[in-house]
Design a protein around this ligand. Sequence first.
Ligand SMILES: NC(=O)c1ccc[n+]([C@@H]2O[C@H](COP(=O)([O-])OP(=O)(O)OC[C@H]3O[C@@H](n4cnc5c(N)ncnc54)[C@H](OP(=O)(O)O)[C@@H]3O)[C@@H](O)[C@H]2O)c1
Length: 230
Amino acid sequence: MTSLSTSFSSSRILVIGGGRGIGAALAARLRAEGADVHVSTRDGRTGLRLDLGDEASIAAALDRVGELDHVVMTGSDPHDAPVTELDRDAVVRAFDAKVIGPMLVAKHAAPLLRPGGSLLLFSGVVGWRPAPSSVVKGTTNGAVAFAVTHLAAELAPVRVNAVSPGVVDSGAWDRLGAGKPEFLARAAERTLVRRHGDLDDVVDAAVWLLGARYVTGEVVHVEGGSRLLA
Ligand SMILES: NC(=O)c1ccc[n+]([C@@H]2O[C@H](COP(=O)([O-])OP(=O)(O)OC[C@H]3O[C@@H](n4cnc5c(N)ncnc54)[C@H](OP(=O)(O)O)[C@@H]3O)[C@@H](O)[C@H]2O)c1
């Protein structure tokens, strides 16, 4: 675990999508750092329901949580399909989870943020690595990078940043079953550091960004230099 100069002991933080994966690991780290962490899930199993595709649920959850220092959004509902097989509803769900939902979270969270507060979005390396079947994932992740600049300019002095992970063994890839080790090995080859990411790599960057009071409108790439490879 990285040692941090920032104290989160009096911070109230909402982690949207914190029920599993990177969000859950970040919520656990922030709790260990002393923060008062609220975690929302789509089904409300954490006691707080928030669906990024449902503005009423966004407004209700934020109203319930009240004043906040930081809101982290790790939602992702990917639609990895070839262009000729795109399904409109799935495209919309993907944009809801990564782009439209976070904008609406910004809308409802902005009045609740305390001085020094921030929003933290999640992009992803596919935004910078065009490939077949990645048009939706790539475009949503790219849109996050633009969204943080616009949100940062409009909501200032609230800071708005994003982490852009590479392939991280967060649990999300367990869906590949027996194919997961080969997928992770291939992902490691497609980096400059010859490894795939682990949860601490991303959590370290996210925690740093939450406390980085002179950083806004930025995307921090945590992907081993992957986007620099042809
Ligand atoms: N893991 C990687 O290799 C990788 C690579 C690049 C980028 N990223 C990005 O990093 C972030 C976290 O990734 P992860 O690996 O932790 O993903 P994950 O394990 O697949 O988790 C996805 C999360 O998104 C939430 N979610 C999906 N649709 C939602 C919606 N409509 N409203 C609210 N929440 C929704 C899920 O919530 P429920 O639990 O409630 O269903 C879940 O917590 C994502 O933005 C992802 O795109 C990850």
